[in-house]
Design a protein around this ligand. Sequence first.
Ligand SMILES: NC(=O)c1ccc[n+]([C@@H]2O[C@H](COP(=O)([O-])OP(=O)(O)OC[C@H]3O[C@@H](n4cnc5c(N)ncnc54)[C@H](OP(=O)(O)O)[C@@H]3O)[C@@H](O)[C@H]2O)c1
Length: 232
Amino acid sequence: MDVANNTVFITGANRGLGLAFAREALRRGASKVYAGMRNTNGFNEPGIVPVRIDVTDKASIAAAAELAADTALLVNNAGIAALIDSPLADDVEEQSQRLFDTNYYGVVRVSKAFEPILSAKPQAAIVNVLSDIVWLPRPILTPYAASKAAAWSYTNQLRFHLRDRGIQVLGLHVGFLDTDLTNGIDVPKSSPDDVVRQTYDALAAGKSEVMADRGTTLLKVPGYITPPEGVF
Ligand SMILES: NC(=O)c1ccc[n+]([C@@H]2O[C@H](COP(=O)([O-])OP(=O)(O)OC[C@H]3O[C@@H](n4cnc5c(N)ncnc54)[C@H](OP(=O)(O)O)[C@@H]3O)[C@@H](O)[C@H]2O)c1
């Protein structure tokens, strides 16, 4: 699906990768760009329409879906991270529940709310922002990794379920990005603008996934997009 001449809704689009998705959609000729955000105060990006949405709050999701009923491309981008001591840390359960609420259940809630809107369009798509961490062991990011792995699994189920309704579902996997989320972490980071360009290009090419950097490409597990003969 080409973003040009289509309406886009992005969650968590007031900053970071989400804002890069919004700006690039506008640059590519999207007919409308809705930037979903928890707090719309002070957001001022010409041509981009701010919409209040908290992905942990069903009422705000329903209101956003009603307002943005012309959406043809949904980008589930909103996400949070947390560092813990290890997979056995005292706070592993509490942090996992907190991160799952946004990174997994958030994707589920928003996808459910927007699916009837997308199904009514001749062409529609969902992009889910995932991570290399679904394959990569980083024990201090255990709750984040588990929540993204759950969202990855959901993405694969959703893609299979929606394929006959003409809704393309694309998973974006990437390692460290240069955004607020990685402030203070001194590692090589990809540019959000570059990752967004790769994602919209892949979407236009009809792809199901983007591995947006070299490390992620090396980690990728083959075989699940189209299950090989004999698996079922
Ligand atoms: N940065 C990385 O290295 C990296 C790598 C792989 C994947 N990702 C993923 O990329 C996505 C974007 O992250 P980022 O790097 O751009 O991080 P970021 O700069 O911290 O931005 C996160 C965005 O998500 C929003 N958000 C958080 N909780 C929300 C909620 N309950 N409802 C609605 N919006 C919410 C934030 O809104 P507020 O301003 O209100 O907090 C913010 O707009 C996330 O899914 C993240 O997991 C990031």
